[in-house]
Design a protein around this ligand. Structure first.
Ligand code: FAD
Length: 324
């Protein structure tokens, strides 16, 4: 059996996503002695990204540089990553459970005719078997899965398996692999993004989420201020999105993003089951709601019963004072 585990790196705007480093840590959890081989695809800046992966624990990196890999397409990246897998013949492959990871990994699994465990939140070895824990029923229960035969292929949910410490003294080889990418049927002409509000919601350590109780787009301003002092991102309930207080890209829940930050502050959110599906696995949940019977208090670690328009600015001021 090969002693290599492949980690598929993912970058955005020339910067590796944090979940790439978490995937390296996940590979080490599977086998601390295995060689962790990172793979990075793109058309520029690949050596810098490779170096970062090495600082976070990868032993060796294979880069695939090609103009056709400038923007992500499952077709282009699929060909590049499959070529690396063929060369390296790893016994495990790990990638982040991001939009790209969710798109790319099933394609690779089907080409290789192997299984895929998606959205793992923990990995441990028990009696020589690698056990993957993943949420089911919208996070209300967890199942443990093992792959009894063949490739250990999994995606991991961001913010669940801590990355190793960055260590600039680490070194490793970076090898460029040339892959012939056939003409792509999908050509990305331009990527148009909504104005970014800073920290990426799905990877944020702190999320301040607003609901219909925020009452207007302007009502979100104090939430942005609180998120800023905490170095976090702003999210929303579908109630707030439906009411046009904010963009649907902020929606958290069953039909929105799933987040697991260290701290989730739910502001003016009632706690409908569909919302809880996207945030109930957050490490610490704080709820601010004027209704003491609101369901959100059933999942909150700390509850503040009060008017959000008074409580949120007060919190922001106090945190600013604490930070000096
Ligand atoms: P509300 O339920 O209206 O709650 C507003 C809260 O604000 C209340 O608890 C109120 O007490 C409080 N409040 C009001 N004023 C103040 C104030 N001044 N200070 C403090 N508190 C105040 N929802 C999601 O969020 N995400 C999803 O992904 C999602 N997917 C869905 C999928 C399906 C198929 C369906 C049917 C529904 C889905 N929903 C989802 C909708 C969900 O059922 C709820 O309707 C929605 O979450 C309610 O949003 P809310 O809590 O912001 O609004």
């Amino acid at each position: 059996m090969s002693e290599k585990i492949l980690v598929i790196g993912e970058s955005r705007d020339g910067v590796l996503r944090n979940v790439t480093f978490e995937a390296i840590a996940a590979a080490k959890k599977i086998n601390a002695d295995a060689e962790v081989v990172g793979v990075i695809c793109g058309s520029e800046n690949l050596n810098d990204l490779a170096q970062e992966m090495i600082y976070y624990g990868a032993d060796r990196i294979v880069t695939v540089k090609n103009e056709k890999l400038t923007s992500y397409t499952s077709e282009g990246y699929g060909q590049a990553v499959l070529a690396v897998i063929e060369d390296e013949n790893p016994y495990g492959i790990i990638m982040g459970h991001t939009a790209v990871g969710k798109d790319l990994t099933p394609k690779i699994a089907s080409k290789l005719e192997v299984g895929l465990i998606s959205d793992a939140v923990d990995i441990h070895v028990d009696g020589g078997q690698t056990v993957f824990t993943r949420p089911i029923y919208s996070g209300k229960a967890f199942e443990k899965k093992v792959i009894t035969d063949g490739l250990l292929f999994a995606t991991i949910r961001p913010n669940n398996i801590p990355a190793l410490d960055r260590d600039e003294s680490r070194s490793g080889n970076v090898e460029e692999k040339s892959v012939e990418i056939s003409d792509l049927r999908t050509v990305i002409k331009a990527v148009l993004r909504k104005a970014s509000e800073g920290v990426d919601l799905s990877e944020a350590k702190v999320v301040v989420a607003g609901g219909r109780g925020v009452k207007s787009a302007d009502g979100f301003k104090p939430l942005y201020e609180l998120a800023e002092v905490l170095g976090g991102a702003v999210g929303a309930s579908r109630g707030a999105c439906d009411a046009d207080y904010c963009d649907y890209s902020l929606q958290i829940g069953q039909t929105g993003k799933v987040v697991t930050p260290d701290l989730y502050i739910a502001v003016g959110i009632s706690g409908a089951i569909q919302h809880l599906a996207g945030m109930s696995n957050s490490k610490v949940i704080v709820a601010i709601n004027k209704d003491p019977e609101a369901n959100i208090f059933n999942v909150a670690d700390y509850g503040i019963v009060g008017d959000l328009f008074e409580v949120v600015p007060m919190l922001t001021e106090e945190i600013k004072k604490l930070k000096g």
